[in-house]
Write a protein that binds this ligand. Structure first.
Ligand code: PLP
Length: 224
């Protein structure tokens, strides 16, 4: 286990250096892109070394897994920040609002309604991203590009704060055009935050304006 911890640490430093290098090339500030350490499927023992090394922003894709794993870690590290990056069912909106500090996967009117209600009841408004199906893929979550304006309007009406756009570009093709498009769409709507870039492409995302990158395997190694 000592070895695994060492590996996580090296992974963190290496990823931080690569983010800094990409930001530098793009003429962006060192803090322009925040690193979300995607800890889905990882145990508390895998996660703790990163917390000890100062990493504070983490991403999970399932409400239940995060609810099982994180309360113990956040009692130890109260300033840890938890981001929901996976698809969210409306019936889990209440749990998600209670547990997460940011929600990246808002993509439809029914979910916006459920989140609005949950936020009102909990008197807690985690900032959210509208997830966009940027490659118009049948199997992917995220809203159609054409639906962005009306979903932003719905979020506004329901009191759900949307701070930016999020995407997962199509696999196995050059992601840069999709990142550039997401950036353009966000600018068009006056949204300042962009959640894009994963282990395979985060440097490209940083160069194209990502403000949050979501990195799992480059930090923790392959998921089993
Ligand atoms: C798992 C996941 C990531 C991280 O993927 P890696 O390739 O392991 O970096 C990023 N975003 C979302 C939405 C994910 O589900």
């Amino acid at each position: 286990m000592a070895e695994a911890k060492q590996e996580n640490r090296q992974g963190l430093h290496e990823v931080q250096e690569r983010i800094a290098a990409a930001a530098h090339i793009a003429g962006r500030g060192l803090d322009a892109a925040k690193l979300i350490a995607v800890s889905k499927t990882r145990s508390a023992e895998d996660i703790r070394p990163l917390l000890l090394d100062g990493q504070r922003i983490f991403g999970e894709n399932r409400v239940q897994e995060a609810a099982d794993k994180w309360p113990a870690l956040t009692s130890e590290f109260p300033d840890a920040q938890l981001h929901l990056i996976g698809q969210l069912q409306s019936n889990k909106a209440k749990d998600a609002v209670a547990l997460f500090d940011f929600i990246h996967s808002v993509d439809r009117r029914s979910l916006i309604k459920a989140l609005g209600k949950a936020m009102k009841e909990a008197k807690r408004k985690p900032p959210c991203f509208l997830q966009v199906n940027i490659g118009a893929e049948a199997q992917k979550g995220g809203c159609d590009i054409a639906d962005i304006p009306k979903l932003l309007k719905a979020a506004d009406e329901q009191g759900v704060p949307i701070i930016g756009l999020m995407c997962l570009p199509p696999a196995e093709v050059e992601p840069a055009p999709y990142f550039a498009l997401l950036n353009e769409l966000a600018q068009r709507e006056g949204l300042s935050e962009l959640s894009m870039g994963m282990s395979a492409d985060f440097e490209t995302a940083v160069k194209l304006g990502a403000t949050y990158i979501r990195v799992g395997t480059a930090l923790f190694g392959p998921r089993s």
